[in-house]
Design a binder for this molecule. Structure first.
Ligand code: ADP
Ligand code: AMP
Length: 213
């Protein structure tokens, strides 16, 4: 199962990718997570990437490709993976095609107004990376992760100002991938206008229809 989850920032890619990981035992490969880890560790790559991330721009293709290749070479990706946040433009999609084939692209479609609300209310666990939302998926105890009791934080790029720039970047650079994968007959669009649970069912149904599991 080699999947891409496509969608605007805040559409719920990470949330659904984590469910797929649990059910199908394939890893979630999030270039955003890989980059944030590099920023946190202050690696040369991380230092370069930080300014692009904080201003809502895409990190240069070559940097992200290096990170991605390193991750896909690991053993746990041998039987499949879910790409979350990659590719982000046509050049990256062409580079990806040289590394691996893809079975299915799940495109999560969400209204613009809802996206801003989802992103600004997002809270993430510092320890295990679980994703919560102040209104739509609140933790049982304020600021504490339900799964590991880690501290929840707001991503530095999840402010209203940066969000607008990120959504702009999505419109201009990432959205053309819908047509790109649609023309290759790999794309299935799911509209996310309901709860996280409802979306989880839609994704499960699609995977069952496509892979029979
Ligand atoms: P992405 O990975 O696409 O940026 P996330 O999975 O991190 O998006 O989701 C963004 C925010 O929206 C999170 O706070 C998450 O809890 C919330 N969220 C995800 N899916 C839904 C949904 N169907 N309804 C309401 N909130 C959602
Ligand atoms: P995400 O966690 O997917 O929302 O990504 C957070 C930020 O990381 C983005 O706004 C970009 O700056 C950067 N990023 C993540 N994935 C990519 C990618 N495939 N190409 C370029 N930049 C990326």
């Amino acid at each position: 199962m080699k999947l891409i989850v496509l969608g605007a920032p805040g559409s719920g890619k990470g949330t659904q990718a984590k469910f797929i990981t649990q059910k199908h035992r394939i890893p979630q490969v999030s270039t955003g997570d890989l980059l944030r880890d590099a920023v946190k560790r202050k690696t040369t790559l991380g230092v370069k990437a930080k300014e692009f991330m904080n201003t809502g721009n895409l990190v240069p293709d070559a940097i992200v490709l290096d990170l991605l290749k390193g991750r896909l070479m690991k053993d746990d990706c041998l039987h499949g993976f879910i790409l979350d946040g990659y590719p982000r433009n046509i050049a990256q999609a062409n580079q990806l095609a040289k590394i691996t084939d893809i079975d299915l692209v799940i495109n999560i479609s969400v209204d613009y107004g809802l996206l801003v609300k989802r992103i600004t209310g997002r809270r993430t666990c510092k320890v295990c990376g679980s994703i919560f939302h102040l209104e739509f998926n609140p933790p049982s105890k304020v600021g504490i992760c339900d799964k590991c009791s880690g501290e929840l934080f707001q991503r530095s790029d999840d402010t209203e100002e940066t969000v607008k720039k990120r959504l702009n970047t999505y419109e201009n650079q990432t959205k053309p991938l819908i047509e790109y994968y649609s023309s290759q007959k790999l794309l299935q669009t799911l509209i996310s206008d309901g709860t996280i649970k409802e979306m989880r069912h839609k994704v499960n149904d699609l995977l069952e229809k496509t892979f029979g599991s």
